[in-house]
Design a protein around this ligand. Structure first.
Ligand code: FES
Length: 173
């Protein structure tokens, strides 16, 4: 079954149109982002589909997923929060922020909240060293960066995601 092709034919056409046909393998990154966009991770089936669309080996696609931290090959939350706890950020309280956030969500770093909405992960420098606590989040709308955060305003943000997810579900009923 071709999940990607059947779900996103127009998006795939638009992505492929950006590259010369003899260089279509260059579309691998946007296709991986497309595959990950809805569910937060890349299914094995998508690796196979992308390799067929681009005429490349499935292992080449899988290697990229393994190399880039923004791609996930296992189920994660719909929103994937990556908190920097590298030295500069640690000096500005990022470890306490991570601990507090995880406690509030009743998870450990690396885990996903029980409702499947949020995964929280610890990462190294994200190039906002003077604005910790900071994190990047991958979600339905792409990637965004959040600086000078605290647990309360992060939980408010998560609550908004939950409410918009519930509203979307209502609309599709
Ligand atoms: S050390 Fe955290 S963003 Fe650089």
């Amino acid at each position: 079954m071709n999940d990607l092709l059947s779900k996103y034919p127009e998006e795939i056409k638009t992505i492929l149109a950006k590259y010369p046909s003899e260089q279509k393998r260059s579309a691998v990154m946007p296709l991986l982002f497309l595959a990950q966009r809805k569910e937060g991770y890349i299914r094995e089936q998508a690796l196979s589909e992308i390799s067929q669309i681009l005429d490349i080996q499935e292992t080449e696609v899988a290697t990229l997923v393994g190399f880039y931290t923004l791609f996930h090959d296992g189920k994660t939350g719909i929103y994937h929060i990556q908190v920097c706890t590298d030295l500069c950020c640690a000096l500005r309280g990022s470890e306490d922020f991570l601990t507090g956030l995880c406690e509030a969500l009743e998870i450990k770093p690396g885990e996903t909240s029980q409702d499947g909405m949020v995964t929280v992960e610890e990462v190294k420098c994200l190039a906002a060293c003077d604005k910790a606590p900071m994190f990047q989040v991958q979600g339905k709308d792409g990637i965004s960066y959040h600086e000078n955060c605290n647990v309360d305003n992060t939980l408010e943000m998560i609550q908004e995601w939950r409410e918009s997810g519930a509203a979307e579900q209502e609309e599709t009923k």
